[in-house]
Design a protein around this ligand. Sequence first.
Ligand code: IMP
Ligand code: MG
Length: 192
Amino acid sequence: MKPPGEAFYPRPRVLIAEEEVARRVRELARTISAEYADAGEIVLVGVLKGAFVFLADLARLLTVPHIVDFIAVSSYGTSTASGEVRLELDLRSRLEDRHVLIVEDIVDTGHTLHYLRELLSARNPASVATAVLLRKPDRLETVVATEYVGFDIPDVWVVGYGLDLADQFRTLPYVGQLDDEEVLAIKRGRTP
Ligand code: IMP
Ligand code: MG
C-alpha cells in the first residue's frame, strides 16, 4: 500500500497480455536454443534495468548452456534523439571467442543497441546477436540488427515486464500502455 501523500499511479491499459508475452518468450527460447545448439556456452548480456524480467524468463527456458551477465547504459539528455549513449556499468565476463547474446527490453531509436553491438563486437567475441522483447519500427533512426524480436509495437510508451516510466511499473506482469497525458503527468511528478 502507498503511504499517504505518495503519488498514485494509473493502471496502464493492456497492450500485450501476460499469457501472450509468456507464449512468445517460449517461442523465442525454442528458436534461440535450436540456433545455438552447437555453439557451446553462450553469454547472455542483460541490459539493465529494463531487461531483467525478460532475461530471467528467457534464460530459464533455454536448453543450451549459458551464463548471465549485465551491462548498464544511459542516454545523454532527456531524449535519445541525440544518439549519445554512455556506459554506466560494464560486464565482468570476458567475451573473447564466446557467443554473445544481448538481451534488451525494447528498441526505440536503435541508438542504444547500436552502441552496445559496437562496444561488444570490439572485444573479439565469436559472434554477437540480439534478442529484444519489443521494437517500435516507426521510431527507428539507425540501422541495427535485431536477430530475435518478440513483438513490433506502435509508437506508444509501454511499461511493465521490466519496462518503466520514472522507475515505476517494472514489475507489472503484462506490457501496458500509457497515453501522452499520463506520461507527461508522471514525468512532472503529478498524478494525471
Ligand atoms: P533507443 O536507444 O532509443 O533504442 O532506446 C532504448 C531504450 O529507451 C530502452 O532500452 C528503454 O530503456 C528506453 N525506452 C524506449 N521506449 C520505451 C518505452 O516505451 N517504455 C520504456 N522504456 C523505453
Ligand atoms: Mg533499456
